[in-house]
Design a protein around this ligand. Structure first.
Ligand SMILES: Cc1cc2nc3c(=O)[nH]c(=O)nc-3n(C[C@H](O)[C@H](O)[C@H](O)COP(=O)(O)OP(=O)(O)OC[C@H]3O[C@@H](n4cnc5c(N)ncnc54)[C@H](O)[C@@H]3O)c2cc1C
Length: 674
């Protein structure tokens, strides 16, 4: 019998302990906002899905979390040499190599003469202190989980069990409803079947693509369903990992007469891989992928049968390209896959979700901690939804780019879909017998790839290789969409991935709504004048807050999001009053950062974050900051601020998430737009 327990309270209730729910929880706790996550499963998901973490997400990990997270990521992240390539071949081990894409080439491969002469990774290196990584979602999540517990001061370590007060495993959200004083979640404790009612100021649905909360809030998804149907086969084989040491890659695109699939090398040391094999309903269904079939497909893709190969799970997965019609319904917010689902080409799913959490956390904290105007919360949808729409269209474009090589090899996805539709019209038994032959015929041209002297095979290979050589296949890095997106209504949709990759040009351009560009600035010891290290301008807002919180000596911003005003004006003192006017509705504390040019200070090559300064240095800095009425001085050691930023605005007002709120040419001439 269900038992209904009395109402329990927490300011923010989060559904789902995926990467997005975990990130939101840690960031809220960091701002002092108490929250609870409900996760229906008994433990964190072990299934490796996402594996590419983009630059903006890495910036968030770098500056919004404690240095501990980055230290632990660095310890486990694989060396770039293992994952820099996408390999196209007839089998993983010894099949014909159709070609490969190096995602970190020494120079640009673009044919676009208007593009800068930098490769995409070089553009990112110039414009960000962070680096993209290849790290399996299932290995990242335990690290995020530990941060959730640390930020909330939860010492009960509830992973895989009960007892934690922040993450409630085995608790399934069944319903949501708004009440006069807040919003309530009806949650079932799965072990006991007890029903609990939790009440909060806000609910965030981070419960994934089939979100119950989105459904209950009657928010529909707009866009394309069923772009492709795939079986996700999670398996491991150390023997395979060792055998691929001569050609390691992040992705293997495999085309042969037995199987067409993408193999993701999630973790070489443990030999963990995922194969994504397309299937074609209605004639095919997940039930067709029994253990014998799966094993045969894997052996054909690998090119040999390894005895240590173990299949962990086989799951169907429908690739959609959809964005929720709304991100907010009253006190309910959607984030992550609950709000958007994209084709994985380009790796935007988890990254976009983590960035949703980053955007939403400081807004909720401002309303709850700073008594900011509640209208601030409306900007979550107006800012994040256009970004999701843009990433959705870019992911679709990437998906079609990923089909160029198989098309050149004679494969046709549309014909396969047609064959599946036609065969579903005949009797089930006949269709089951016929379809494998129809698909085998479709894959037959791939036989010719194994024979280099086959004229048809040679022609196909030549076409496919040209696509790869010209950089027209699926790329990995998208600087403009990764770090160049803006929170403005007129922010355009990406027309195509080529434009997106090579743009990179506008990344230094100061724009309201854009992320503050990255410039290394030298932090000087306030008493000795010695360099403490170089910190990135993009890290400033979050990092200052994090450092203040941990220092415990500076109460002004404690547990409250704050803005920063960076000024390089010639005035001796920077005026904070104009910015205070801008921030009035937000009721937000402000810290001033004065950028100076002091070339005589010896260059200090080490790059760091505030959180990594020694405790004594931090305290000296904060004492100085208090003495100066909330102003900090940083040295433009390389002259890049002067060269690239100063001419555009002498003062820049930056929000807690590092995006520009206003450009202030002078106190009298404010460029403010709310
Ligand atoms: C094959 C594949 C490859 C991908 N590659 C990438 C990539 O390289 N980079 C990238 O950025 N993204 C990638 N993605 C997308 C990425 O995996 C998702 O975007 C990401 O997992 C979304 O995170 P989330 O926290 O929003 O949702 P989820 O990870 O789905 O987590 C939701 C959580 O909510 C829980 N839950 C659900 N319902 C309830 C309920 N009623 N009550 C309580 N708990 C509930 C679930 O158990 C789950 O733990 C890939 C996806 C796939 C399928």
């Amino acid at each position: 019998m269900e038992k209904l327990k009395p109402v329990k309270h927490a300011p923010v209730l989060i559904a789902g302990a995926g990467p997005v729910g975990l990130t939101l929880s840690a960031l809220l706790s960091r701002c002092g906002v108490q929250n609870v996550i409900f996760e229906k499963n008994a433990e964190l998901s072990q299934h490796p899905q996402a594996h590419f973490i983009n630059c903006r997400t890495m910036e968030i990990f770098r500056h919004a979390y404690s240095p501990n997270l980055m230290r632990r990521i660095t310890e486990i992240v694989p060396d770039q040499s293992c994952w820099r390539h996408f390999i196209y071949a007839t089998s993983v081990l010894n099949g014909t190599e159709i070609g490969r894409v190096d995602n970190f080439p020494s120079s640009s491969t673009s044919r676009n003469t208007a593009a800068p002469p930098l490769a995409a990774h070089q553009v990112l290196d110039r414009h960000s202190p962070a680096k993209v990584i290849h790290l399996s979602q299932s290995r990242l999540m335990p690290l995020l989980f530990d941060e959730v517990l640390a930020e909330a001061g939860d010492t009960t370590r509830s992973r895989g069990g009960k007892g934690g007060h922040v993450v409630r495993f085995g608790h399934e959200v069944k319903d949501v409803r708004e009440v006069v004083e807040g919003v309530q979640l009806l949650v079932e404790e799965k072990e006991t079947c007890d029903m609990h009612v939790f009440q909060g100021h806000y609910v965030v649905a981070a419960d994934g693509s089939s979100s119950v909360i989105r459904h209950k809030a009657q928010i529909s998804m707009l866009g394309e369903r069923g772009v492709q149907h795939l079986m996700n086969i999670h398996f491991s084989s150390r023997a395979l990992a060792q055998a691929t040491s001569h050609r390691p890659a992040m992705l293997y695109f495999i085309y042969n007469a037995e199987v067409v699939c993408v193999l993701v090398a999630h973790h070489y040391p443990s030999g963990e891989f995922v194969a994504q094999v397309p299937y074609f309903p209605p004639a095919q269904s997940p039930e067709d992928f029994g253990p014998v079939t799966v094993r045969a497909l894997l052996d054909a893709a690998i090119g040999t049968a390894f005895t240590d190969l173990t299949v962990h799970s086989v799951r169907p997965w429908i690739m959609d390209c959809q964005v929720a019609q709304r991100y907010r319904s009253g006190r309910i917010f959607l984030a992550g896959d609950a709000a958007h689902r994209f084709p994985p080409a380009g790796g935007f799913g988890m990254n976009t979700g983590i960035q949703d959490a980053h955007n939403l956390s400081w807004k909720i904290a401002s309303v709850l901690q700073n008594s900011a105007n509640g209208a601030l919360l409306d900007t979550y949808e107006t800012e994040r939804r256009p970004v999701a729409e843009r990433n959705a269209s870019l992911s679709m474009h990437n998906f079609s780019r990923s089909l160029r090589v198989p098309q050149a090899l004679g494969l046709n996805v549309e014909q396969a879909k047609d064959a599946a539709r036609i065969s579903s019209r005949i009797s089930n038994a006949m269709s089951k017998a016929l379809l494998p032959y129809m698909f085998a015929v479709g894959r037959w041209p791939l036989k010719s790839l194994e024979n280099v002297r086959h004229p048809y095979g040679e022609m196909c290979l030549a076409k496919a290789r040209k696509i790869l050589r010209d950089g027209a296949s699926l790329p990995l890095l998208f600087p403009t969409d990764d770090i160049g997106f803006r929170y403005r209504p007129e922010f355009p949709r990406a027309q195509n991935a080529e434009e997106s990759i090579h743009h990179g040009l506008g990344l230094d351009h100061l724009q309201v709504g854009g992320r503050l560009p990255h410039i290394w600035l030298q932090c000087l010891h306030p008493d000795t004048g010695e360099s403490l290290g170089n910190i990135s301008s993009t890290d400033l807002a979050d990092q200052l807050q994090a450092a203040f919180l941990s220092s415990g000596i500076f109460d002004f911003t404690r547990s409250r999001p704050f803005a920063i005003l960076l000024s390089s004006s010639a005035e001796e003192k920077i005026t904070l009053s104009a910015s205070q006017t801008v921030l009035k509705g937000w009721n937000m504390p402000l810290i001033g950062v004065k950028i100076i040019m002091r070339p005589e200070v010896s260059s200090h090559s080490s790059t760091t974050t505030f959180g990594e300064f020694g405790q004594e240095d931090q305290q000296a800095l904060f004492r100085h900051l208090i003495k100066k009425g909330g102003c900090l001085t940083l040295n433009d050691i390389e002259g890049n601020w002067e060269q690239r930023i100063h001419s555009q605005a002498s003062s820049i007002l930056v929000r807690p998430d590092g995006h520009i709120q206003a450009l202030l040419p002078s106190d009298k001439d404010l460029d403010i737009d709310f």
